[in-house]
Design a protein around this ligand. Structure first.
Ligand code: PLP
Length: 410
């Protein structure tokens, strides 16, 4: 007889990014000169963490009701519109012309991804994810008794469409359903961004599987940090409208990253399909799920997003603040990549965003050596280690690639 449910038993939060960050913090407290590149949180070059001024200004101006009272469960129409405005911008009209879209606020992008898995996958089914993927996808699936299947993300320097298709076929045949999670642009952990051609090919493949319900959980956590520029990143989203009625597009938006408001916990799931009834059913079910799991999302953040949607000037100011971060990431990645090149350190293809990833076959040993001998803290990913350049000021980044190379034999 056990008090814990079968569903909850055996689940332990270990090897999570936050636990590695705790180790780095402990080493710092112990007086070591630590390089903490564990978490996906942006730090400015002076080593400070700061929220965006435009966001803080809106927070300060909100009447108590818009800050502290309950938000509508489904966020309300102005919020849904604000999310679609932010995520799609100039492409919104074109996208909504082709697809029915409904939005529900969630606790962070994590809540959106988890909701998408809950809504579309039954116990015992699988979700297809890349071999190089954000760690929590596994746990999100496990929470609902869903398995993860992996495909090789890269074939050389490009998306491995062949392995994606191979693994997709196996899942579709076994489960009679094919759900995939893709993080794009600025893929975590590598910083890879799918080309429009690659995204089109993914959609075209799902379209081919006419007798199989398909779900593309499109995790756009880093949409606003893409080096292709905010408009081009949005234009690429128009490709999603090519999805046929048997393909649900579930766009997981994270306000944590876009608004540099990680602790405020807001995200949204945008459910899109050619068939309005499909989207309505999912919307009703997600509102029910929200009400009975976390209830309402963060009211202040919802108010902030609606305020931005209503004020072009504020939005521009926010865009400018995001551009500073994008520029900084560009400079940091250039430093790391140039030094990696001279040191002969291999790096997975990087196009933009918070992270770069270095292949390291024995990554546990490499990470241990770097921790113990250099006080460098990175995160392990499959046969690789992730360098969160978002957290490293330029003056601390110099020389890092060469040091990593010392512990990363070919
Ligand atoms: C790939 C990816 N997806 C989603 C998220 C969701 O973040 P949050 O729940 O803070 O919005 C993160 C955050 O680190 C991420 O890296």
């Amino acid at each position: 007889m056990k008090i814990i449910s079968k569903r909850a038993a055996g689940k332990t939060l270990s090897g999570d990014s936050f636990s590695f960050a705790q180790q780095a913090k402990a080493a710092k407290r112990a007086g070591f000169d630590v390089l903490d590149a564990t978490l996906g949180t942006f730090y400015y070059d002076d080593g400070s963490f700061r929220g965006f001024e435009a966001v803080k200004e809106i927070f300060r101006s909100l009447p108590d009701e818009d800050y502290f009272s309950y938000a509508p469960i489904a966020g309300g129409i102005p919020f849904a519109s604000a999310v679609l405005d932010w995520v799609f911008r100039a492409s919104r009209t074109a996208i909504e012309k082709e697809m029915a879209a409904r939005v529900v606020p969630t606790p962070g992008g994590t809540g959106a991804i988890s909701s998408a898995v809950f809504l579309t996958l039954d116990h015992g089914k699988s979700v297809l994810i890349p071999d190089l993927a954000w760690g929590p996808y596994d746990g999100i699936a496990a929470n609902f008794g869903v398995r993860t299947e992996r495909f090789k993300f890269f074939a050389g320097n490009v998306f491995n469409f062949e392995d994606f298709r191979l693994k997709g076929e196996a899942v579709a045949q076994r489960d009679g359903k094919l759900a995939v999670i893709i993080n794009d642009p600025c893929h975590n952990p590598t910083g890879y961004t799918l080309s429009p051609g690659e995204l089109s090919r993914i959609i075209a493949y799902l379209n081919e599987k006419k007798d199989t319900p398909c779900v593309l959980i499109y995790d756009i956590a880093y949409l606003d940090y893409s080096n292709e520029g905010r408009e081009a990143a949005r234009r690429k989203l128009e490709i999603l409208t090519k999805a046929e009625p048997h393909v649900l597009i579930a766009v997981a938006f994270s306000a944590s990253k876009s608004f540099c408001a990680y602790g405020q916990r807001l995200g949204a799931l945008i459910m899109m399909n050619k068939n309005e009834d499909v989207v309505e059913e999912l919307f009703r079910s997600l509102a029910f799920h929200a009400r009975h799991s976390w209830n309402n999302a963060n009211r202040a953040m919802i108010s902030m997003m609606t305020a931005i949607a209503a004020d072009e000037g504020l939005r521009r100011r926010l865009d400018d603040e995001i551009d500073i971060v994008v520029g900084e990431l560009r400079e940091r990645s250039a430093i790391f990549l140039a030094e990696a090149k001279s040191a002969g350190l291999a790096v997975y293809p990087y196009h933009g965003g918070f992270f770069l990833t270095v292949p390291a076959r024995d990554n546990e040993k490499t990470l241990r050596d770097l921790r113990e001998k250099e006080h460098f803290y990175f995160l392990p990913f499959r046969e690789s280690l992730r360098v969160a350049i978002c957290a490293i000021p330029k003056n601390k980044l110099k020389g890092v690639a060469a040091t990593v190379k010392k512990y990363c034999p070919d």
